[in-house]
Write a protein that binds this ligand. Structure first.
Ligand SMILES: *[C@@H]1O[C@H](CO)[C@@H](O)[C@H](O)[C@H]1NC(C)=O
Length: 210
């Protein structure tokens, strides 16, 4: 029996539905005020559970000598689970870079609190958007797009605070993902239209002990 046009459309929608669900790439909405970790007695929760003190050392310690991202995601701060928010404090020594990377599950709203930064992201048409920020400026990196920050001041450090629209935004570093995960030299040489020696040099420079 042949299906009518309406039946065909319905069947197509029914088959596609699971894929639409997969394509919604963000934190799920929860149906309670907050999520209590497994094994925790909910009646014993208090304000402590909703407090994160892991950033306190940043206030008192000297600035780091390499680019450092200190995160407060649901991994460090379990009360964020289900709340679709997280933070990272980003410290940039003079002249340092946060290499190109993406956050697959969230946009990033960066607030530069000290110093200067050159920021940039590339959209899905390969258009580059860049800006030089001064302290007090904000910049938004759209969800999932490749982006970077560079402290172009060779004499002074910079500090930024980034908010994410996910409790677990995830980070994919472009250099690490491509050159430190064991992808075959020949595949990379063909992909980057270069030779094996160049790929090996890039891999060596990114090796953990380099
Ligand atoms: C949870 O804590 C409350 C208050 O301390 C206590 O009365 C209750 O028995 C506890 N429940 C469980 C399952 O341990």
């Amino acid at each position: 029996m042949a299906l009518t046009a309406k039946q065909q459309l319905f069947l197509a929608l029914a088959l596609a539905f699971p894929f639409f669900q997969v394509a919604i790439c963000g934190d799920p909405d929860i149906t309670s005020d907050f999520l209590v970790p497994a094994g925790t007695n909910a009646t014993q929760l208090d304000g402590q559970f909703f407090t994160y003190t892991g950033m306190r050392p940043l206030i008192t310690s000297d600035p780091p000598t390499t680019f450092t991202a200190t995160k407060a995601t649901m991994a460090e701060f379990p009360a964020l689970n289900g709340q679709s928010v997280s933070y990272a404090v980003l410290q940039y020594p003079a002249g340092s870079v946060n290499p190109p990377h993406t956050h697959p599950r969230a946009a990033e709203l960066l607030f530069l609190t000290y110093g200067t930064l050159e920021v940039g992201f590339v959209d899905t048409t390969n258009k580059l958007f860049t800006q030089r920020l001064q302290a007090g400026d904000m910049f938004v990196f759209p969800k999932g797009l490749v982006h970077y920050q560079f402290n172009y001041n060779e004499k002074d450090f910079a500090i930024a605070i980034s908010a994410f629209g996910s409790a677990a935004a995830g980070t994919v570093s472009v250099p690490s993902a491509v050159f430190t995960t064991g992808i075959d030299d020949e595949i990379l040489a063909k992909s980057f239209k270069t030779d094996d020696a160049t790929i090996q040099k890039l891999k060596a420079g990114l090796a953990p002990n380099a």
